[in-house]
Design a protein around this ligand. Sequence first.
Ligand code: NAD
Ligand code: IPM
Ligand code: MN
Length: 332
Amino acid sequence: MKLAVIEGDGVGKEVIPAAIEVFDAFGLDVEKVPLELGYGRWERTGAAITDEDIDTLKKCDCVLFGAVTTPPDPNYKSVLLTIRKELDMYANVRPIRPLPSVKGIYDRTDFNYIIVRENTEGLYSGIEEIGEDVSTTKRVITRKGSKRIADYASKLAGSRTNKLTIVHKSNVMKSDKLFLDVCRQSATDAEVNHSDELVDSFAYNLIRNPWNYDVIVTTNLFGDILSDMSGALVGGLGLLPSANIGEKYAFFEPVHGSAPDIAGRNIANPLAAVLSLKMLLEWHGDMAEAAILEEAIDTSLNLGVCTPDLGGKSSTSEVGEFLANHIKTRVK
Ligand code: NAD
Ligand code: IPM
Ligand code: MN
């Protein structure tokens, strides 16, 4: 495996080294390609990401990414959005499930759903006109873009409980009627039970009854917002992993950002990054390793080896070290 490793900015520089320590404990045959991208590099060199970086990424099999700071500067080219588009990673897959001994909003832990977020278009089209008095962002929904995410979500639903919820706002934005129609057709063709909800009432229903959902498919910005909201259900943003998947490439990253409010203190929760690593192992077919990693995480949480956001006293690096040591006792 040729793995690009991008720490990025802020807590990315803390959670990725912890995740890599965990990864190294498996002793897998991996060639790591470190890349320095993000705001820090932009400040230093004037470029957050270059065409050469994209070429390097294209030569790797997959990417483990921390987080980047994205300033609202019109001259700044977003690293993340550039990579997602250039590598055409159209599916942003965000599993939401409670972990042992971690308190979310509810005592009930019998929910486990996946947000499948369209990752290349919608309000992230990048087509903008910025004026003194009027600024516009074009929301692009295409049949092709909708079909591939709908097919991905339908297939995923078929491998789980065969239940798909399509989330949209077609009452106001007619562009979402196309998204909805394509998703319905895809689910029908795949013989997946499906229903649809308007995003506003869906947000209310999801936070009240998360156990009612399994696979959720939605457009780019809605998926972004609903995934952070879901963090509250499971005990924090430090616990949510994600995978960006395309035909050729796969890119794994925590849902959270660079968290400048806690960066540099070695207290960021590395589990979102470590769970992203678990998604990488599963994607690569290393199922035994993924199971051992899950067991290591459960053990750490049950023993209270966790960062302050979960009520613990351990540092980022201590959690990484604990997981790595546990894995070493399991791997021959
Ligand atoms: P954020 O996700 O960085 O932080 C939100 C809150 O969650 C903060 O209180 C933070 O301390 C907490 N948090 C985040 N990760 C945590 C962790 N691992 N452990 C414990 N607590 C954690 O969101 P923000 O503050 O709105 O954004 C900060 C910067 O990150 C912005 O520049 C934004 O553009 C960028 N961002 C990047 C990504 C990414 O790289 N994938 C994602 C979201 C935001
Ligand atoms: C995420 C982030 C990104 C997004 C930003 C940093 C561009 O919030 O991965 O969820 O909006 O997709
Ligand atoms: Mn986000």
